[in-house]
Each structure stands twice: as structure tokens, then as C-alpha cells.
Design a protein around this ligand. Structure first.
Ligand code: PMP
Length: 383
């Protein structure tokens, strides 16, 4: 099968895997970066420093602003619950959007159980946040805004520069989930009014199980840690640093930065090939906004067919559906529901996402296969 599910996870780049291997065994470099009294600790600490700088460089941040976590889920939890807990005396209101990742929505839901109040903005039908509506949702007791950069289902890019400026003017902290954008879109935190940013290595050709949270130093922001222990990572995230994972994430960031512009050109070409290659089909709809999205994610509804049948017939393409099977009942994606896509259409939706190792040949195969099945299924239904 052809892998068109890069949003779910990316394969690890061979260069990253090789680098990681050299930080595991006795033949290579190993040690606990917290061992301050001997060579093995120093070499591990140096490797972590280099990686921290590579990650900071990709984001236009200072290395001291990077806190290692287990991934974007943990980073989102730490940013949201950590800020709320630290600043609860300042206010107890949070603003986010209905189309955020579950790790943001569920962190907010937990805070609601603890007595915080949360506004979940409904996006416009193209997935973008209405900036006027956003501004009017802010209250005197709002302490935190959490908005993702690129949506994982539609690829829509939110205007985080604008949202950040408003938050900064009003003295509200701003968290951005950049799991799907880091390494793909240019990000310069020295120019953005963003206080916290979550990223994940396995979305950018690095290993699973490692991520980071950017925590701004100037102006400084504080967090209540979720995890207590040896005081690693400025006391914000205790636990022995997984050196091989960190080195892998650093290398993934270095490659992403060096190759970003070439990759971006390639994604544009593949994206056009896919989208225009399907245009001869009628009743197909793009969910999101063609002009305001990343080129490597397409969320497409195919009208007039049974979604489940389409997914089953497309077994040669590893794609994601616009619905989730929860204990045998099919429910449509909450992101598509927020975009007011009908349940029927949402259930005949496919998310295509591609990346570094996708070829034009693979997209060619996809645009050959999809119409065959869509037309076939429509024919069956009309009989
Ligand atoms: N946020 C977004 C936007 C994501 O796409 C994902 C991964 N599906 C996450 C957060 C969670 O990342 P991780 O797998 O690193 O916990």
C-alpha cells in the first residue's frame, strides 16, 4: 500500500535513525546528561545541548526556551494546565477553538472540572477562526488562549501572528500547538507574540515519544509542572533525558530547516497534482480553505457514496477517514462537524497527507484509483 497518512506519523529519516543508533550502545556515545562528574555524562550533556540548539534554531527561539517532553500531547497538557494552575489567581478563563487537537480540548475540559471556564470558539466554515469573534470572546479574567497553527485534519493555517498580537496587547498568555507545522512552515518565535509552542518529533521524520515545549523567557512566563522529581528541564519536566530520542529530534529539526524550502516546493507540486487530478469528478468538496492551508494535507468529501465502502475499497492507499469508529457506531469527525459538514458527507471523507518520501508516481496511482472506486460506488448506489 501507498502511505498517504503523513499527518498521523512520518517515517523516521534514515539520517535521523543513524544518528540515534550512535547514541545507544557502548561502542557509541552514551551516558546520563545529569551525571556531572564524569566524561560519559559530559558527552551526553553536550549532545543534548547541540540538539536543543537545533530545535531552537528551527523555531527562531533561544535554546534555553526548549523543554523536552514525550510529545505534543504532553506539551499541550503542560502548557495549558501548567499556565492555568500557576496563574489561577490572575483569572480563570481560557479561550480555545472547537477544532483543536483532543489533547488541548481534554486539558481544557479537565480545567473546567477544576472550576475554570473555557470558551470553545466555533470556526468559520472554512476552518479559520473569525478574528473579530475571537477578540470579543476575551474577557477581563482570560489568562490563556490556545490555538493551533496547522489543523491536523484539514491543514488550515490559523493567523497566529495576529492572534498573538491581540493576546500580548491584553496581557493574555498565548499557546500554539505547532505539531503539524513545525519543520514544514517557517516559524520565527523571535517575531511572534507566542508564549508557549508545542512540537512533536514523529511528525517531522524524527522518532515517536519525544517532543518539546517552547517556554518564552523574555518576557518570562511561568508554569506549574505536571511531573515532579529531579528538577530537570528548569524544574518544569523532571525525568532522565532520553538522549537518543533528543539527538534524533535535533537531527530531524536540522534537516527540516536545511531542506524546508525545497520540500515546500515539492509539496506544492504534489498537492496540485492530487487536487487537479481529481477535478474531473463531480460532487467532490474540499474541507478547509485551499488558499489558507498547507499543500500536503487534503481533506476531501466525495458526495453520493458510502464512506465506509470507499475506505474499505481503497485498501491500497493508507489514508485517514473523516470519521471514527467508536464501539461499532460510526461518528463523524468533530473537526468536520465544527465546519458544519453534514454527517453524511463527513462520513464519505478522506484525509490525504503526504511528505518527504512521497513520489509523483504514488500520487498518480492515487488519482487513478480514487475515481475508479468513487464512480464504481456511485453506480452501485444509483442502481
Ligand atoms: N497536536 C496535533 C495538532 C497533532 O496532530 C498531534 C498528533 N496527532 C498531537 C497534538 C499529539 O502529538 P503526539 O503524538 O506527539 O502526542
Amino acid at each position: 500500500p501507498i502511505y498517504l497518512d503523513y499527518c498521523a506519523t512520518t517515517p523516521v529519516d534514515k539520517r535521523v535513525a543513524d544518528k540515534m543508533m550512535s547514541f545507544l550502545t557502548i561502542e557509541g556515545t552514551f551516558g546520563n546528561p545529569a551525571s556531572r562528574s564524569h566524561f560519559f555524562g559530559w558527552q551526553a550533556e553536550e549532545a543534548v545541548d547541540i540538539a536543543r540548539n537545533q530545535i531552537a534554531s528551527l523555531l527562531g527561539a533561544d535554546a534555553r526556551e526548549i523543554i523536552f517532553t514525550s510529545g505534543a500531547t504532553e506539551s499541550n497538557n503542560l502548557a495549558i494546565k501548567g499556565t492555568a494552575h500557576f496563574y489561577k489567581k490572575k483569572g480563570k478563563h481560557i479561550v480555545t477553538c472547537q477544532t483543536e487537537h483532543k489533547s488541548v480540548l481534554d486539558s481544557c475540559a479537565q480545567l473546567e472540572r477544576e472550576g475554570f471556564s473555557v470558551t470553545y470558539l466555533s470556526p468559520k466554515s472554512n476552518g479559520l477562526i473569525d478574528l473579530e469573534k475571537f477578540e470579543s470572546a476575551l474577557k477581563k479574567n482570560t489568562i490563556l488562549v490556545s490555538v493551533m497553527h496547522v489543523n491536523n485534519e484539514t491543514g488550515v493555517i490559523q493567523n497566529i501572528a495576529h492572534i498573538g498580537r491581540i493576546c500580548r496587547e491584553k496581557g493574555i498568555f498565548f499557546h500554539v500547538d505547532a505539531a503539524q507545522s513545525a519543520g514544514k512552515l517557517p516559524i520565527n518565535l523571535s517575531q511572534l507574540s507566542v508564549d508557549f509552542m508545542s512540537i512533536s518529533a514523529h511528525k517531522m521524520y524524527g522518532p515517536m515519544g519525544i517532543g518539546a515545549l517552547f517556554v518564552r523567557r523574555k518576557p518570562a512566563v511561568h508554569l506549574e509542572p505536571l511531573q515532579h522529581g529531579g528538577g530537570h528541564e528548569r524544574g518544569l519536566r523532571s525525568g532522565t533525558l532520553p538522549v537518543h530520542q533528543i539527538v534524533g529530534m535535533g537531527e530531524a529539526c536540522r534537516i527540516a530547516e536545511a531542506e524546508m524550502s525545497a520540500q515546500s516546493d515539492k509539496m506544492n507540486i504534489l498537492g496540485d497534482q492530487l487536487w487537479y487530478g481529481l477535478q474531473h469528478l463531480d460532487h467532490i468538496y474540499l474541507n478547509g480553505d485551499l488558499k489558507n492551508k498547507v499543500p500536503h494535507i487534503f481533506n476531501i468529501s466525495f458526495g453520493g457514496i458510502n464512506g465506509e465502502a470507499l475506505i474499505l475499497s481503497l485498501k491500497d492507499l493508507a489514508v485517514s477517514s473523516g470519521s471514527a469508529c467508536i464501539s461499532s457506531t460510526v461518528t463523524s469527525s468533530y473537526v468536520l462537524r465544527a465546519l458544519e459538514v453534514s454527517d453524511e458527507l463527513a462520513q464519505s471523507t478522506i484525509r490525504f497527507s503526504f511528505g518527504r518520501f512521497t513520489t509523483q508516481k504514488e500520487i498518480e496511482y492515487a488519482i487513478e484509483l480514487i475515481p475508479q472506486y468513487v464512480l464504481g460506488l456511485r453506480k452501485v448506489l444509483s442502481q
